[in-house]
Design a protein around this ligand. Structure first.
Ligand code: B12
Ligand code: SF4
Length: 498
C-alpha cells in the first residue's frame, strides 16, 4: 500500500510573526513510523507549502499515486481539511481518505452525519499508531476493519460504524521513532531560523483545566515513555539529524517531578553539547520543585511555555485551574533564577472580564517579567467543559465556524464586553501595555543573531511604520489593518471554489 499523511497549512501566530516558527506535526510522524515496513509511507507538513497548496497536493497525488491519504486536523483547521479532501476526491477518486487528530476524535459523530463527512472513508479517533497500522494492513487484505478499536469505517450501506475505543496507548510497548528521514517530503522546520525537531517524553495530563481538549483525547491519564526510548529519540534528533533544538510536545511533562529529574540526569549523562530544549509546563509543578527546575536548566531546557492563563482569581476558578497567581509569579522567578526563558501564556475573555481585567492581565505579565507573551482569546473548543458552561450562559457568539477557533479570534463575549469589543481590547492593550517586544538578556543570549536583527533593524522600522499609521488612522485604523491581515493569513487562494 502507498500512504501519504498530511498536516494542514493553517497557522496561528500567537507569539510572533507566522513565518518565524514552523514545526513539523508530531502526530503524523508517529503514525507514519508505525505503519508496517512493507508499505510505502510519506509525510507532508503543508505549513511548508502555504503558497500553492492545491497545486502541491495534486502534484503529490500524481507522483505517488497513494492508496490512502491520512489528514490530520485540529478544530480550526477542519475547514481546510475538507477542502484538501475535495482536491483528493477530484484528482484521484480511487484514493481512500482517512481523517485523524483532534477534530476527528472529538467530533466523529458530527462529522459522520454531516454532508462533508462523505469526503472521508475512515476516521481514526485518539492515538493513531496502532489503528492506522492496522487500517493499512486491512486495506491490503491482511486485517479486518471491524476488529480495529477506535476506527470509524463505512459499512455496505455507506454508514459510519464507530468501533469502540480500547483505552489509551501503552507507551511502554516497542513503538517506532517518529519519521524524520527522507520519507518526509517537506523540510525547512525552524524556530526563529534555527533548525528544530520535536520530541515526546510522555502523553496526557491529569489536571482539570476545563478549556483544554486533552481529557477527551486520551482520557485523564499520564503515560510516560521509557527513558531509554526518549534518549534514543533524542539521539536521533541530535546525532542523526544534527539538530540542536528540540521542542518537547508533551501535554504536561512536569506532572511527575521525580521522573523529570531522572530524565534530566539521563540527558546530562549523555553529554550533548549545545542542546536547547523547549517545553510547555504548568505553574504549580514549576513553582514547587526548585530542584527539578535547576536540573532542567542543566539538561539544556532554555525556554518554557508557562500556562499562567490569568492574573485574576475569579478567572482561574472559572478555568478550573485553582488560584495559581502566586504560583505563576514563583514559577517565573524560579525559571529566571536558572536562566530559563519564560513564554507566558495568557487567556482573555473569561465571563466576568471587563476592559480593566484585560489591562491588568497584560500588566501582570509585564510585572512578573515574562520574556515573551503567548496570548489568546478564550476559545470554546468542541466537547470541553468550558464550551458547555459558556453556551449555557449565552456567552458563545460563534458556535459553528471552527475556522476561527485558533485563539486569535473572539468567539465569545463576556458579561461586560461584546465579542467585537473583546477582540479590539485584546489587541489594543497588548500594543499599549506590552508594546514592541524587548528581548531580555536571556532571550539575547539564546539568539544573538535574530535578537540583534530585531532590536537594531526590524523594531525601529516597524516603530516608524506603525507610528505613521497611528497618526494617520488612529488606533481603530491600525486595528482594522491588523484584522484584515489575520483574515488573509489562512486564506489559500487555490483552495477556494471547491
Ligand atoms: C505541542 C503543542 C503545540 C505546539 C506546536 C507543536 C507543532 N507541531 O506545531 C505549540 C505550543 C506551538 C502549539 C500551538 C498551537 N496549538 Co497546540 N498543542 C500542543 C500539544 C501540547 C501537543 C500536540 C502534540 O504534538 N502531541 C503529540 C502527538 C503525537 O499527538 P497528536 O498530535 O495528538 O497525534 C496523535 C493523534 O491525534 C492521532 N493523529 C493525529 N493526526 C492524525 C492523522 C491521521 C491520519 C491519523 C490516522 C491519526 C492522527 O495520532 C497521533 C499519534 O497518536 C496539544 C495538546 C495539549 N495538551 O495541549 C496542543 C493542542 C493540539 N494545541 C491546540 C491549539 C488550539 C493550538 C494553537 C491554535 C493555539 C493555542 N490555542 O494554543 C496553536 C497553533 C499552532 C500552529 N500549528 O500554528 C489545541 C487543539 C484544540 C482542538 N480541539 O483543535 C490543543 C489540543 C490544546 C488545547 N487547547 O486543548 N501547540
Ligand atoms: S495543564 Fe495543560 S494539558 Fe493539562 S489540562 Fe491544563 S491545559 Fe490541558
Amino acid at each position: 500500500m502507498k500512504v501519504i499523511l498530511m498536516s494542514m497549512p493553517d497557522v496561528a501566530p500567537l507569539i510572533i510573526h507566522e513565518t518565524a516558527i514552523h514545526m513539523p506535526s508530531h502526530g503524523i510522524a508517529c503514525v507514519g513510523a508505525n505503519i508496517d515496513p512493507q508499505h510505502e509511507v510519506h509525510i507532508v507538513d503543508l505549513i511548508r507549502k502555504r503558497r500553492r497548496v492545491r497545486a502541491y497536493v495534486e502534484r503529490l497525488l500524481r507522483k505517488y499515486q497513494p492508496d490512502l491519504v491520512g489528514l490530520s486536523a485540529m478544530a480550526w483547521q477542519y475547514d481546510t481539511c475538507t477542502k484538501i479532501a475535495k482536491v483528493i476526491r477530484r484528482c484521484r477518486p480511487e484514493t481512500k481518505i482517512a481523517i485523524g487528530g483532534y477534530h476527528a476524535t472529538l467530533m466523529y459523530d458530527e462529522i459522520g452525519s454531516a454532508d462533508e463527512g462523505r469526503l472521508f472513508d475512515f476516521m481514526v479517533r485518539g492515538e493513531g499508531e496502532i489503528v492506522c497500522k492496522r487500517l493499512v494492513n486491512a486495506l491490503a487484505g491482511e486485517d479486518a476493519l471491524d476488529t480495529i478499536p477506535s476506527l470509524s469505517w463505512r459499512n455496505a450501506d455507506g454508514q459510519f460504524v464507530h468501533n469502540a475505543w480500547d483505552g489509551p496507548l501503552d507507551l511502554s510497548q516497542p513503538l517506532e521513532l517518529p519519521i524524520r528521514d527522507k520519507r518526509r517530503l517537506t523540510w525547512g522546520y525552524h524556530i526563529l531560523y534555527s533548525k528544530i525537531e520535536l520530541l515526546e517524553t510522555s502523553r496526557g495530563c491529569t489536571r482539570g483545566c476545563n478549556f483544554c481538549s486533552m481529557r477527551h483525547m486520551y482520557g485523564r491519564s499520564f503515560r510516560p515513555y521509557p527513558i531509554e526510548r526518549v534518549l534514543a529519540d533524542l539521539d536521533d534528533i541530535y546525532y542523526t539529524r544534527k539538530c540542536r533544538w528540540a521542542f518537547i510536545v508533551d501535554d504536561n511533562m512536569v506532572l511527575n517531578p521525580k521522573r523529570v529529574m531522572a530524565l534530566c540526569d539521563a540527558i546530562i549523562a549523555r553529554g550533548y553539547r549545545k542542546l536547547n530544549l523547549v517545553v510547555q509546563a504548568d505553574c504549580i509543578s514549576m513553582s514547587q520543585n526548585e530542584e527539578m527546575v535547576a536540573k532542567m536548566a542543566q539538561a539544556g531546557f532554555r525556554s518554557v511555555f508557562l500556562g499562567i492563563e490569568s492574573a485574576s482569581k475569579k478567572n482561574l476558578d472559572a478555568a478550573g485551574k485553582g488560584n495559581i497567581v502566586s504560583a505563576s509569579q514563583k514559577a517565573v522567578a524560579m525559571c529566571h533564577k536558572y536562566g530559563i526563558m519564560v513564554i507566558g501564556g495568557l487567556i482573555f475573555g473569561f465571563p466576568d472580564d471587563e476592559e480593566a481585567d484585560i489591562i491588568a492581565n497584560y500588566q501582570f505579565l509585564k510585572d512578573i517579567d515574562a520574556d515573551a507573551a503567548y496570548c489568546q482569546i478564550l476559545t470554546p473548543y468542541p466537547k470541553t467543559g468550558m464550551r458547555a458552561e459558556l453556551i449555557q450562559q449565552g456567552l458563545v457568539t460563534n458556535k459553528t465556524d471552527y475556522k476561527k477557533y485558533s485563539g486569535l479570534w473572539a468567539n465569545v463575549k463576556t458579561r461586560h464586553l461584546s465579542s467585537d469589543q473583546l477582540q479590539y481590547l485584546f489587541w489594543l492593550h497588548r500594543q499599549k501595555v506590552l508594546g514592541f517586544w524587548r528581548p531580555s538578556g536571556r532571550a539575547r543570549s539564546q539568539g544573538r543573531g535574530w535578537t540583534a536583527i530585531w532590536i537594531y533593524i526590524m523594531k525601529p522600522l516597524m516603530k516608524r511604520f506603525y507610528a505613521r499609521i497611528l497618526k494617520r488612522d488612529g488606533w481603530e485604523g491600525r486595528y482594522q489593518r491588523e484584522l484584515q491581515r489575520l483574515e488573509r493569513m489562512n486564506h489559500f487562494p487555490d483552495l477556494i471554489d471547491l
